[in-house]
Design a protein around this ligand. Sequence first.
Ligand SMILES: C[S@@+](CC[C@H](N)C(=O)[O-])C[C@H]1O[C@@H](n2cnc3c(N)ncnc32)[C@H](O)[C@@H]1O
Length: 270
Amino acid sequence: MQHPDAIVGWDDERNAELYDRFTREHPFYADASRDLASRADLADKQLVIDLCGGTGVTAAILLDHLPPHGRVISLDSAPAMQTVGQRTRDDPRITWIVAKAENIANHIPEPADAVVCNSAIWKTDTPTVFTAVKRTIRPGGRFVFNIGGGFAGLTNRESRTAASLNDLIIAIAVADYGYVPHQESRRPPLTPAIVEAQLAAAGFSTITSDIVTRIGTVDEKRAWLSIPLFARPPGQLTHTQRIEILHKAYDQVDKTQETTTRWLVVTAQA
Ligand SMILES: C[S@@+](CC[C@H](N)C(=O)[O-])C[C@H]1O[C@@H](n2cnc3c(N)ncnc32)[C@H](O)[C@@H]1O
């Protein structure tokens, strides 16, 4: 049994279980997946790849958009995510493949009609992945993905007056746990212009590049921050401490507050 404070990554069973539970109890990933599926032009298609498919929330939604004979290949590099997905979203029309997105071209047996990637593309080496996806998709097929606003260089447009759950988490961590805030190291942002240029270099044309806003609840945010990989603040504290801080922050936060996330949503054509 793993210690609750062990450092987690995507290939961690407990994290995968909690992530999957979140996707079933809250609409955050399903809403984003539905948006991508509706842009992928799937009504008369047969084979779609769910890239970085995790525990399969997107795959299940893609099946709803495909005709009855449609199939989905869900590809992810974390076996733990796929193991949980195979258990909770068992469907003979989904094939699960453990592989890195960068290697997708070595794992797809026939040209795909579309490739969809929800909430993950910025974790990959995008120029390599775009080139590999181009090799797996039939000419004219769509490649649709989204990028969290912070990773796309979008500025936050929130005009809040009350402290957010994140603000309170940092304040409590500093005051009660000796936390020293530091700048998180992030890759350079994948701005719309950079994404479009990388897609063009891989042989795609960008059809649309939209900024969408999603409104959620404080309770949904609290549940998301309980997933070990997303718990805050990053760095020196243990997971047990992060959960204690989250509970304290939740006690103090204005629970009627809306939480806003912005996304860059890109539709490209091979
Ligand atoms: C936030 S989850 C999204 C999962 C799923 N698309 C969904 O909407 O629930 C990110 C996923 O990306 C996967 N991932 C990260 N980097 C990857 C890579 N280079 N190749 C394949 N999968 C990757 C992780 O294992 C994880 O399952």
